[in-house]
Design a protein around this ligand. Structure first.
Ligand code: HEM
Length: 545
C-alpha cells in the first residue's frame, strides 16, 4: 500500500506512538541518569566529532557521563587525568563499587562487547553466574600452591632469556629493546600456565602471537571514540553478516583490528589442537588451565560441558590479559632502574646475596625479598599498566565518597546517588597517586616507602584491594585472577636479570609512555605505535667471568 494512501490521522498517531516509545525507552532513562548526577562537577564536554579538546589539560578519579572520551582515550592523557583530579577532587567510588555482596555494578556494556568481540565468552566477556563458575574453575591455577610448582619451568627459561640478551648485546652494540624481551618472557610464562610452550626465543619461529597482541591495544584504542555504537552494531544481524559489513566499510583501522583478532583466534585454535593431540597421544593431564578444562569436561554432563568456542575464549583471554600487562610492568621497572642507579645497585645487592646463599630462590624466599618487593609494589602503584576500569550500575546505587567533593552549586558531597545504567570510569592511576591517601609525594616513585610502616591514610582508606592497598589489580569478583602469577613471574625474572646485567638509559632514545589500552613505551617523538624500550645493557664483570 503506498504511504500516500494512509490517512494523515493514522500516520500522526503512528508517529506519536513511535515518539512516545523512543522517549520512554531511551530519552527518559537517559534524562533520569543525567539528572541524578547533574550536580556533580566535571570538565566541560569535548567535541568528540572534531576531536577539538575543550580541556586539553584535564582528568578525574571517577568520570561520570561527561562526554570527554577524546581526552580520556588519548595516548597522552596523563596531564588531562591529573588536572581533572586536581580541579574536581577524587570521587572515591571504590567502596560502593565493590563493597556490596552482590555487585551494584557490572562491566560496562561497551567494554563487555569489545571483550566479547575480541575474545569471546571467556572471563572478561561473561557476567553473573557464568562468570562466577568460570572463576571457580580457574582459581586453583592462580593460587600460590599451584604457582610454586611452576618455578622449575620458569627458572630455565629465565636463563635462556639472559643468554639471548647477552647474544643481542654483541649484535646490537649494547642497546636492546627490553620491552620485546619482556614480552617474549611474559608470553612464554602465561603459555606455560596453559600447558603450552611458545618457544619465543627461537628466532627461526615467527613470533606471531606477540606481534598480533601488541597491535591490538593501540588499534582498538584508536577506535575508542566510536565504542558507543557497539551495542547497536552487534544487533545488525548474525556474526557472518557483520564480518562482511566490516570488510565493506572503507575503514583500514577496522580491517586491521579484525585481522589481528582472527590471527589471535587462529593461534588459540592451534594451541588447543596441539594440546588435544598430545592428550590423544597419551600425555596425561597436567597442572595447567587447559588440563583443568579437559578434566572438567570428562566428568561433566553433556549440557554442562565447556564447548570449543569457550575453551578458545579462555585461551585468548588468558594470553592477552596476562601478557602485555606483565611485560609493561617489567619494562617499566627496567626503565626506572636505568634512571635510578642507586635503586638498581641496592636491588642487585639484595638479589645476588640471596642467590649466592640459596641458589634459585624458592617461592616464599623470592616473594619476600624486601627491596625487590618494594620496587615491584612502587612500580605497580605509580605506573599501573591498565589505568582505568569501566563499570555500569545495575541498580540504584549510592556511592560514598571518602574525601568530599564540591557540587556545582558549592555544596559538600559525601555521597552520590546514581541511577541504574550510569556508566562510570574508575581511574586506577588516580587512586594510586591520590595525595590524600598516599601523601604529598604520591606521584613520585619511592620504593623505600614500602620498607616503612604504611601511612595511616592508606590503612584508613580500607580499600579492599587484592594487592597491597592499591587499585592496580582491582578488587571484588572481577579483580585480576592472575596477580600472584604476575608477582611471582616479575620477581623471578628481575632476580635473575639483575644478577647478570646492568641497565642504563641510552641517551639517543628518550622514552615516552603511551596511554593506549595498556600503557607501553615508545621512543619519544618517533611516531611509533609498536612498543619499544631501547635500553643500554651490559654484562656484569662477575657474571662474565
Ligand atoms: C602486572 C600484571 C597485571 C596487571 C596490572 C593486571 C591487571 C588487571 C586488571 C586491572 C584487571 C581487571 C580488568 C577489568 O575489570 O576491566 C584484570 C583482570 C584479569 N586479569 Fe590481570 N593483570 C596482570 C596480570 C595478569 C596475568 C599474569 C594473568 C594471567 C596469567 C591475568 C589474567 C587476568 C584475567 C583472566 C582477568 C579477568 C578477570 C575477571 O574478569 O574475572 N592478569 N587484570
Amino acid at each position: 500500500m503506498p504511504l500516500s494512501s494512509i490517512p494523515a490521522t493514522t500516520l500522526t498517531v503512528l508517529a506519536l506512538g513511535l515518539l512516545t516509545f523512543l522517549i520512554k525507552q531511551f530519552v527518559f532513562p537517559l534524562y533520569k541518569r543525567c539528572a541524578a548526577i547533574g550536580h556533580i562537577a566535571g570538565p566541560p564536554c569535548d567535541n568528540i566529532w572534531t576531536g577539538e579538546e575543550a580541556w586539553p589539560q584535564s582528568s578525574t578519579l571517577a568520570h561520570l557521563h561527561t562526554g570527554n572520551w577524546h581526552q580520556l582515550f588519548h595516548k597522552n592523557a596523563w596531564q588531562f587525568k591529573k588536572s581533572i583530579q586536581e580541579t574536581y577532587g577524587g570521587v572515591l567510588k571504590i567502596n560502593a563499587l565493590f563493597g556490596a555482596d552482590r555487585p551494584s555494578y557490572e562491566t560496562n556494556a561497551y567494554h563487555l562487547l569489545r571483550s566479547r568481540l575480541s575474545f569471546g565468552y571467556g572471563l572478561v566477556g561473561t557476567t553473573g553466574a557464568k562468570h562466577l563458575k568460570q572463576r571457580r574453575l580457574m582459581a586453583p591455577y592462580f593460587a600460590s600452591k599451584y604457582l610454586r610448582t611452576l618455578l622449575p619451568v620458569f627458572y630455565p627459561f629465565a636463563y635462556e632469556l639472559c643468554d639471548d640478551i647477552e647474544k643481542k648485546i654483541k649484535k646490537y652494540d649494547g642497546v636492546i629493546n627490553m620491552h620485546r624481551m619482556m614480552s617474549i618472557a611474559a608470553l612464554e610464562y602465561v603459555g606455560t600456565g596453559l600447558g603450552y610452550r611458545f618457544d619465543g626465543l627461537n628466532e627461526s619461529k615467527p613470533n606471531e602471537y606477540n606481534d598480533a597482541a601488541k597491535a591490538l591495544n593501540p588499534l582498538t584504542f584508536k577506535l575508542s571514540t566510536y565504542r558507543a555504537f557497539l551495542p547497536y552494531w552487534v544487533q545488525l544481524g548474525p556474526a557472518w553478516f557483520r564480518k562482511r559489513l566490516v570488510d565493506w566499510v572503507p575503514w583500514p583501522d577496522l580491517h586491521r583490528v579484525k585481522a589481528v583478532i582472527y590471527r589471535m583466534d587462529d593461534i588459540a585454535q592451534d594451541i588447543l589442537q596441539t594440546r588435544k593431540q598430545a592428550f590423544a597421544d597419551g600425555e596425561s593431564y597436567g597442572r595447567d588451565i587447559l588440563s583443568a578444562i579437559m578434566r572438567y569436561n570428562d566428568e561433566a554432563e553433556d549440557d554442562e560441558k565447556i564447548d570449543k568456542d569457550e575453551i578458545i575464549s579462555h585461551i585468548t583471554t588468558t594470553l592477552f590479559a596476562g601478557h602485555e600487562t606483565t611485560a609493561g610492568v617489567l619494562s617499566r621497572i627496567i626503565h626506572q632502574l636505568s634512571l635510578h642507579h642507586d635503586a638498581q645497585e641496592r636491588l642487585r645487592e639484595e638479589v645476588t646475596k640471596a642467590r649466592e646463599a640459596k641458589g634459585d630462590l624458592e617461592f616464599e624466599d623470592l616473594l619476600e625479598l624486601p627491596y625487590l618487593d618494594a620496587i615491584c609494589k612502587e612500580t605497580l602503584r605509580v605506573y599501573p599498566p591498565v589505568d582505568q576500569l569501566y563499570r555500569t550500575s545495575v541498580k540504584p546505587t549510592v556511592i560514598p565518597i571518602l574525601y568530599p567533593i564540591q557540587s556545582t552549586d558549592g555544596k559538600e558531597l559525601r555521597e552520590i546517588a546514581i541511577e541504574p545504567g550510569t556508566d562510570t570510569i574508575v581511574s586506577i592511576v588516580g587512586y594510586n597517586r591520590n595525595k590524600s591517601v598516599w601523601g604529598a609525594d604520591a606521584e613520585e616513585w619511592i620504593p623505600e616507602r614500602w620498607l616503612e610502616p604504611l601511612r595511616t591514610s592508606v590503612l584508613q582508606a580500607k580499600l579492599p584491594a587484592v594487592f597491597s592497598h592499591m587499585m592496580t589489580f582491582t578488587l571484588g569478583e572481577r579483580a585480576c585472577i592472575g596477580y600472584k602469577f604476575a608477582e611471582m613471574e616479575m620477581k623471578l625474572i628481575l632476580s635473575v636479570l639483575l644478577s647478570r646485567f646492568r641497565f642504563s638509559i641510552d641517551p639517543k632514545n628518550e622514552i615516552f609512555w603511551n596511554m593506549g589500552g595498556s600503557i607501553t613505551p615508545i621512543v619519544k617523538d618517533s611516531g611509533q605505535i609498536e612498543p619499544t624500550l631501547p635500553i643500554r645493557v651490559s654484562v656484569l664483570p662477575k657474571a662474565t667471568a
